[in-house]
Design a protein around this ligand. Sequence first.
Ligand SMILES: O=C(O)C(=O)C[C@]1(C(=O)O)C=C[C@@H](O)C=C1
Length: 362
Amino acid sequence: MAEDNQEWLTSLRTKIDGIDEHIQSLITQRAAIANEVAQSKSKAESGGFYYRPEREAQVLRAVKERNEGPLSDEALVRLFKEIMSACLAQQKPLNIAFLGPEGTFSEMATYRYFGHSVKAMPEATIDRVFAEVEAGVADFGVVPIENSTEGAVNNTLDMFINSPLKICGELDFPIHHNLMSKQESLENIQVIFSHRQSLAQCRMWLREHAPHIDTMAVNSNAEAARKASYNEHAAAIAGASAAAMYGLKILHKDIEDQTDNATRFLVIGKQLLAPSGDDKSSLMVAAKDEPGVLFHILRPLNDQGISMTRIESRPSKKNKWDYVFFIDVEGHVEDPQLSNAISEMQRYTSNLHILGSYPKSV
Ligand SMILES: O=C(O)C(=O)C[C@]1(C(=O)O)C=C[C@@H](O)C=C1
């Protein structure tokens, strides 16, 4: 019986070896063709941009459409992202600035969006991420824009008021928090470190499972894990990569209060993208000081049948009680309906700035 099983296992592994050979040969062929595409870009249209988020989004959507299991859409998308990431890096790996330090969700989101064949550059603040992209040190930046539990990241919104950068992509990244420590249990733990937002996202879990343990907010989840790594009486709430980085044991997985807790990240760069077929656009609008002005600004969207997915207001920081609105809509600015709506909106705005049109998160 055991021998039969061994034989069966060997035959299955031989099949896998054959398939792997096939996959490898196909990936190699694909990489050679991607190289040819890159060479044609260096001669032609691209303005030096090899990375094409709109094309990648189309490739990934096709992967999802073809998928009949057993692998999940998410798993297949991740694999194909890595393939494209490696194909692109043949030219030159992209430099990507993100809100660091290493071990944060921003770093995980960076690799999820761009794959691992990039040079990820941790920056201390959101301002620094913008500055590195503006200066051309980084090709793109990754910044958080909103969390499903905690709302907008105002620092990021405010940066757009004075920055020339464009939005080139978005990523809805599921955030799963873990309680981690050097210890095997919570028994001797006196303090739990984490970022303020993460503590808020695990409020109910903490109340139920650790009511007598102090919590302390620190600058990042990675910093929390680092502190817990040299304090016998401490634990941290952070992502799984921080546990691996600082040698901590995960005592409780997925402790976020909302199981679909997610953060939306934006990819910022200098490119204006061509339509991908399923896009969103972000507008920044300074309203004229007139009665009913917001109604007039939004009405053209309704008239053209365009869905607005989000609106946020922020003080303009120019005059007291002067606001700018950040408006996300479905569609690309090259779509006639959206471009008509924008022309109409401009009648009621003192300034309308297109922050970018980019593929919806795949
Ligand atoms: O289609 C292109 O423009 C390519 O460069 C090829 C490719 C790919 O591997 O599929 C690689 C990099 C781009 O970001 C998009 C796609």
